[in-house]
Design a protein around this ligand. Structure first.
Ligand SMILES: [Zn+2]
Ligand SMILES: [Zn+2]
Length: 384
């Protein structure tokens, strides 16, 4: 098949990216975005299914007679952040912007679909999965619960995320755990509030809450093995006290990160124990709510090697490297890896503002790298 003109593909992808950037949509509200994606995939000649897990889209492309199937995935949702950038294609939705580069991810996967549909070079089936609501940590699960694997089966899955600070055209990943689980917690302390001049007449909750916030710091330092990675961050302390009245209620909220389910379980167990003990010591009650929002993202070692080979085929050899250490950010892609092996990689976004920053913008220079990487993975895993 004829080779696509790379320059015109880059030009197309940039135009798609700007169109998506100007019309960002929050998780599960990606109606315009998914209609755009579906229309493009149909233009390229793919079979398209819409409305998978809400606003998810699945495109299917088969070439040759091979019976193996792989999946490539992008995320489509934006964030409720007010954009600072003043570019011509800036967000037209007040208070919502593509601050995580999912506009770029979607454009790169569309670029890969166009490349593979036009050029072929593989034998088998490629599923192009465009998921909603990554930022919520709910979109992948919604697609899986909607029968993704039964209706559009695949044996393995690959995904990518841009990374500010990593030079454009650079590629990083690592075998094993690469992104963390995210757990959320809320601890409610209840006592008896009262006059600030008469603390002994009630059992106020603020001193107990302060003791508890301090004691929670010992979970990582004294309960986890030094070989394990864990983070426990208290992010909010809210009481119903006022200047001359002691609070009868205190709420402590926060976020915990880990890379192994055993560590997450240990954090929860110790948190409950400390909350109970501290509450008892201060004559108040404690109620702990602990939820698991994201599971850890664990890359398959063999597929990481395959991704490296694919990356080296489209990028400079010395620009392809191993990520130094796992990151304590979280990614919804991990949900797919609970069912099939796969690999998640990072692509340089150059010297941009950080992810989730109001000044962030995806770097269009990286578009072709991402599309060509996706295509190279498909060709490597489904050799023609
Ligand atoms: Zn994000
Ligand atoms: Zn993201």
């Amino acid at each position: 098949m004829a080779e696509l003109d790379q320059e015109s593909l880059h030009h197309d992808m940039t135009a798609w990216r700007h169109e998506l950037h100007a019309h960002p949509e929050f998780g599960f509200e990606e109606k315009r975005t998914s209609a755009f994606v579906a229309q493009k995939l149909r233009e390229f000649g793919l079979e398209v299914a819409e409305g998978i897990g809400g606003t998810g889209v699945v495109g299917t492309l088969t070439k040759g007679s091979g019976n193996r199937t792989i999946a490539l995935r992008a995320d489509m949702d934006a964030l409720r952040i007010a954009e600072q950038g003043r570019m011509t294609y800036r967000s037209q939705a007040p208070g919502t912007m593509h601050a995580c580069g999912h506009d770029g991810h979607t454009s790169m996967l569309l670029g890969a679909a166009k490349l593979l549909a036009g050029e072929g070079g593989f034998d088998g089936t490629v599923r192009f999965i465009f998921q909603p609501a990554e930022e919520w940590g709910r979109g992948a699960l919604a697609m899986l619960n909607d029968g993704l694997l039964e209706r559009f089966p695949f044996e393995e899955i690959f995904g990518l995320h841009n990374m500010p600070g990593l030079p454009v055209g650079h590629f990083e990943t690592r075998a094993g755990p690469i992104m963390s689980a995210e757990d959320n917690f809320e601890i409610v302390l209840k006592g008896v509030g009262g006059h600030a001049a008469r603390p002994h007449s009630g059992s106020e909750t603020l001193v107990a809450a302060c003791a508890l916030v301090t004691a929670l710091q010992t979970i990582v330092s004294r309960r986890l093995s030094p070989a394990d990675i864990g983070v426990v961050s208290v992010t909010e302390l809210i009481t119903d006290g006022t200047r001359n009245a002691l609070p009868g209620l205190a709420r402590i909220l926060g976020d915990a990160r880990s890379f192994r389910p055993e560590v997450s379980a240990a954090i929860e167990k110790q948190m409950r124990r400390i909350a109970e003990g501290t509450a008892l010591a201060h004559n108040v009650s404690a109620e702990v709510t602990y939820t698991r929002e994201f599971v850890p993202l664990v890359n398959d070692a063999a597929l990481v090697d395959e991704a490296f080979v694919a990356a080296r085929s489209v990028m400079e050899n010395d620009a392809v490297g191993v990520a130094a250490e796992p990151m304590t950010g979280s990614e919804d892609f991990a949900r797919f890896l609970e069912h099939v092996p796969g690999c998640f990689v990072f692509l340089g976004n150059g010297n941009s503002a950080p992810l989730h920053n109001p000044a962030y913008d995806f770097n269009d220079e990286g578009l072709l790298h991402g599309a060509r990487f996706h295509a190279a993975v498909a060709r490597r895993r489904l050799p023609g």
